[in-house]
Design a protein around this ligand. Structure first.
Ligand SMILES: Nc1ncnc2c1ncn2[C@@H]1O[C@H](COP(=O)(O)OP(=O)(O)OP(=O)(O)O)[C@@H](O)[C@H]1O
Ligand SMILES: [Mg+2]
Length: 224
């Protein structure tokens, strides 16, 4: 087996509710190899988004370790300072959200180019144009998000998630706001691009059909 891209060990997270602390994640462990697809499932409130936030270093676990092995080094998220964690996230992770989250005042092209620019990569607009073309959006570069269909917006979001060539894409219900047919088409395109480029995917979904076919599944909230 290839060296793990991600190792999570014994992660716990609880949130305060009144004067109680409600455990959401307890003793979560997982590994992900380069290019693999991990699916996180579980009922609403079981902690799927909480776990994704921890993997992204957007939130801190109460216990446990989260280590990404990217670009020839170990990124131990729990030990890193905020600045380094932010730099790691920006450079090595891609995100796709349920509600697309495009910047409304930027065109499709500008939305995609932004992360390439922020990361100081050469030719950010060339990269963005190529990414949009791969997702069938040639001709829509100058469109603003509100003038695009849901499926088109999510394709722009996928182009944006990949423009800086991250090792992994983290996706939280990426088709949750699209009709079945559009969602399936967009998801298939995402998988195709990831497979061609050997990038990993961590997918949060309620959808049994999308959950099937990954390399591993983590079902949260099963214990009493
Ligand atoms: N910042 C926070 N402060 C307090 N409670 C929180 C916080 N974030 C999450 N929670 C609680 O943790 C639990 C898990 O939330 P989370 O958003 O991870 O669920 P989920 O599995 O993603 O659900 P859904 O499928 O509805 O998106 C919920 O009970 C939620 O209220
Ligand atoms: Mg959620």
């Amino acid at each position: 087996m290839a060296a793990a891209l991600l190792e999570v060990e014994g992660v716990a997270r609880a949130f305060a509710q009144g004067d109680q602390r409600i455990p959401v994640l307890e003793n979560v462990s997982l590994t992900l190899a380069p290019g693999e697809r991990l699916t996180i499932t579980g009922r609403s409130g079981s902690g799927k988004s909480t776990l994704l936030n921890l993997l992204a270093g957007l939130d801190h676990p109460d216990a446990g370790r989260i280590i990404w092995r990217v670009a020839g080094r170990d990124w131990n998220l729990v030990g890193l300072d905020e600045t380094t964690r932010t730099a790691f996230r920006r450079r090595h992770l891609g995100f796709v959200f349920q509600f697309f989250n495009l910047v409304p005042t930027l065109t499709a092209l500008e939305n995609v180019a932004l992360l390439a620019e922020l990361n100081g990569l050469d030719d950010p607009f060339g990269r963005a144009r190529w990414r949009l073309a791969r997702l069938g959006l040639t001709g829509r570069e100058a469109a603003f998000p509100e003038t695009l269909s849901g499926g088109e917006q999510q394709r722009v979001a996928i182009a944006r998630a990949l423009v800086h060539e991250p090792a992994v894409v983290l996706a939280d219900e990426p088709t949750g706001n699209l009709d079945r047919e559009t969602g399936d088409a967009v998801f298939a395109e995402l998988l195709e691009v990831l497979a061609e480029e050997d990038r990993a995917l961590v997918l949060v979904t309620h959808d049994r059909e999308l959950a099937a076919g990954g390399d591993a599944e983590l079902a949260l909230g099963r214990s009493p």
